[in-house]
Design a protein around this ligand. Structure first.
Ligand SMILES: Nc1ncnc2c1ncn2[C@@H]1O[C@H](COP(=O)(O)OP(=O)(O)OP(=O)(O)O)[C@@H](O)[C@H]1O
Length: 381
């Protein structure tokens, strides 16, 4: 979901363009233009660094002054799952899959509480969705989602239809490294060129304080790593909008075809541009993180491996086979709902859950902030 401040900025720009006063009796939202917004408040809220529950809710469009001008219309049919007869037949917690998915999103699956844990937002995942609990969890989840990988690692449709999703980047990296090592041959490594930029009066002092080696060690959400290891046939995800008109958007998945010095060539997997071959250049990405007194400029290919991806990054994807790897529970509103709603059929969805002692479990957290739904039933003029 986009932060409400972004909508408010667009609103001001439209008022400016349409020469409509911003505020007062003649004020018209978006300069009088009709704007259609689509979204699902069961999904994750905008990411605000170090935000608690209140700040996350406050970032939502429903907390903007614009919301009073919105009319809410509800979609009623789940088009992703509707085609599957199997999803209607089987029951999950006594309901069809589509209803169970919504119950997870609405926070209506009956909770379970534990003597050791005061939190009541833990739910049981239906038995039919759980993976067998023995052995190495990484091996279990990767061999389930990527069966016969040694024979099929270069098959583009095989890669297109599957992914492992998990809450944190650390687990994503662990699974991606495991999978890359299974492809024959040595990886090609790309290192970024990092520098810092600052308006401070003494940039030399900052450069001495934060040497390049330190900049290289920094990782940021949505920014490629300093070191990227890739092999031909590996699936990668684009981390920036490069050229939407040819399908190169933030979140586009591609299979690597060629690893050059100046470009990476890949084949787009899924969506309107499925099968199209494209070249990705290195670009300079700027990261302005409040924790550091500088802007990091990183010159790197804007990609990362995507055998696994974070739950947040999986929003927008529709896949046939999804393994949800939960070595720790989800940590924010809507993540479990996003995880369970990536598939067309429950047959393609499997969970591997570990409890805090690292023992496989059938219970996990489902965080749902009910305040996120408060204003959705009230159509206004
Ligand atoms: N009218 C339709 N007829 C058939 N299939 C549809 C229709 N609308 C959407 N779908 C399918 O449902 C899936 C989800 O659609 P889409 O990605 O547009 O929804 P979304 O709300 O953006 O999803 P997300 O849950 O990722 O936010 C896609 O695979 C799409 O092909």
């Amino acid at each position: 979901m986009v932060h409400r401040l972004s909508f408010e900025a667009v609103n001001r720009a439209f008022c400016d363009i349409m020469d409509v006063p911003f505020g007062g009796a003649h004020y018209k939202p978006f300069g009088g233009k009709v704007v259609l917004l689509g979204g699902d408040f069961r999904q994750t809220l905008p990411i605000v660094a170090d935000a608690g529950r209140e700040e996350s809710i406050d970032s939502s469009l429903t907390c903007s002054f614009l919301w009073q001008h919105c009319t809410v219309l509800h979609l009623t049919e789940n088009m992703r799952v509707v085609a599957s007869r199997e999803s209607q037949r089987s029951t999950f917690g006594g309901m069809p899959f589509t209803e169970w998915t919504l119950a997870v999103g609405n926070g209506n699956v009956p909770g379970k509480s534990f003597p050791s844990n005061q939190s009541t937002d833990w739910i049981e995942i239906p038995e039919s969705l759980l993976l067998p609990s023995s052995g190495n969890p990484i091996h279990t989840i990767t061999s389930t989602v990527y069966p016969d990988f040694a024979q099929r690692f270069h098959n583009v449709s095989y890669l297109t239809e599957r992914s492992i999703i998990t809450p944190t980047n650390a687990n994503v990296t662990e699974i991606n490294s495991h999978m890359l090592a299974l492809i024959p041959g040595m990886p090609r490594t790309y290192f970024s060129g990092d520098s810092l930029h600052t308006d401070a009066s003494d940039p030399d002092r900052l450069e001495a304080e934060y040497p390049t080696e330190f900049l290289n060690s920094l990782s940021f959400n949505g920014c490629p790593e300093h070191q990227i290891d890739l092999k031909v046939f590996a699936p990668i995800m684009l981390l920036r909008n490069l050229n939407p008109s040819i399908g190169l958007c933030n979140g586009t998945r591609l299979m690597v075809l060629y690893l050059g010095h100046y470009v990476i060539k890949g084949m787009i997997m899924g969506g309107t541009f499925n099968g199209k071959t494209v070249a990705i250049p290195r670009i300079v990405l700027s990261v302005n993180d409040y924790r550091w007194p500088f802007v990091l400029k990183r010159r790197q290919f804007p990609v990362r491996l995507c055998y696994a991806m974070t739950i947040n990054k999986s929003q927008g994807q529709t896949l046939q086979n999804v393994g949800v790897y939960l070595p720790k529970p989800v940590f924010s509103h809507g993540q479990l709902y996003v995880a369970v709603s990536r598939v067309r059929t429950p047959d393609g969805l499997r969970f591997l859950i570990m409890n805090e002692d690292g023992v496989p479990s059938n219970c996990t957290r489902n965080i749902v902030y009910q305040e996120a739904f408060v204003d959705l039933q009230t159509p206004s003029s």
